[in-house]
Design a protein around this ligand. Structure first.
Ligand code: IMP
Length: 174
C-alpha cells in the first residue's frame, strides 16, 4: 500500500524533546510514573523518557486495539495491567494517538480509581476532529488529520511500527 511521510524524524525529535522539557519542569521533585500504553506508545515512550531530566519511573499497560481493522470497535480489553501501585503517585498516561478517545477514557477511569496524587495524559498525536469539543489530552505533540496513520510505533496490521517518521496511507480515510 502507498503511504506518504508527513512528520519527519527531525521534527519528531524536536517536539518530543520539547515535551520532555515541559514535563521535567512541571513534575520537578514529583518523581512521576509514566504509564506507556502498548504497543503503539513504545517508541514515543522511550524517546520521551530519555528526553526528561528529572527522576521518574516507567511502567506499561497493554490494551486491545483495532486488530486488523482501521476503525474502533469501542471495546477495550486489558491484556496486561501495571505492576506499579498508583496510590498517591503522580501519573502520566503516555499514548501514541487519540482518535475517538474511547481507549483513553476507559484507561483514565480505570487508573483514576486507584487514587493517584494526579493523573494527566501526554499523547504524541491527537486527531481532534474525531472527538470534537472534548479536551482529552494535557500534553500533545501534534494535531493530525483524520487519516490512518503509521510509523514511530503506530501500526497497520502490526506492520510499519519501525518507520522512523509518521506517515499516512494515501487511499485510507477513516
Ligand atoms: P481510540 O480509542 O479511537 O482513541 O483509538 C486509540 C488507539 O487506537 C490508539 O492508541 C492506537 O493504538 C489506535 N489507533 C487509532 N487511530 C490510529 C491510526 O490512525 N493509526 C494507528 N493506530 C491508531
Amino acid at each position: 500500500m502507498k503511504y506518504k511521510r508527513f512528520i519527519d524524524q527531525e521534527t519528531l525529535a524536536r517536539r518530543v524533546g520539547e515535551l520532555g522539557e515541559t514535563l521535567s519542569k512541571d513534575y520537578e521533585g514529583k518523581n512521576p510514573l509514566l504509564v506507556g500504553i502498548l504497543r503503539g506508545a513504545y517508541i514515543f515512550m522511550a524517546d520521551l523518557s530519555r528526553s526528561m531530566s528529572i527522576r521518574h519511573t516507567v511502567d506499561f499497560m497493554a490494551v486491545s486495539s483495532y486488530g486488523a481493522s482501521t476503525t474502533t470497535s469501542g471495546v477495550v480489553r486489558i491484556l496486561k495491567d501495571l505492576d506499579t501501585p498508583l496510590f498517591q503517585r503522580h501519573v502520566i498516561i503516555i499514548e501514541d494517538i487519540v482518535d475517538s478517545g474511547l481507549t483513553l477514557k476507559y484507561i483514565f477511569r480505570l487508573l483514576s480509581a486507584r487514587l493517584p496524587a494526579s493523573l494527566k495524559v501526554c499523547a504524541l498525536l491527537d486527531k481532534e476532529i474525531a472527538h470534537p469539543g472534548e479536551q482529552l489530552v494535557d500534553y500533545v505533540g501534534f494535531e493530525v488529520p483524520n487519516r490512518y496513520i503509521i510509523g514511530y510505533g503506530l501500526d497497520f496490521d502490526q506492520q510499519y511500527r519501525n518507520l522512523p517518521y509518521i506517515a499516512h496511507f494515501e487511499n485510507i480515510d477513516v
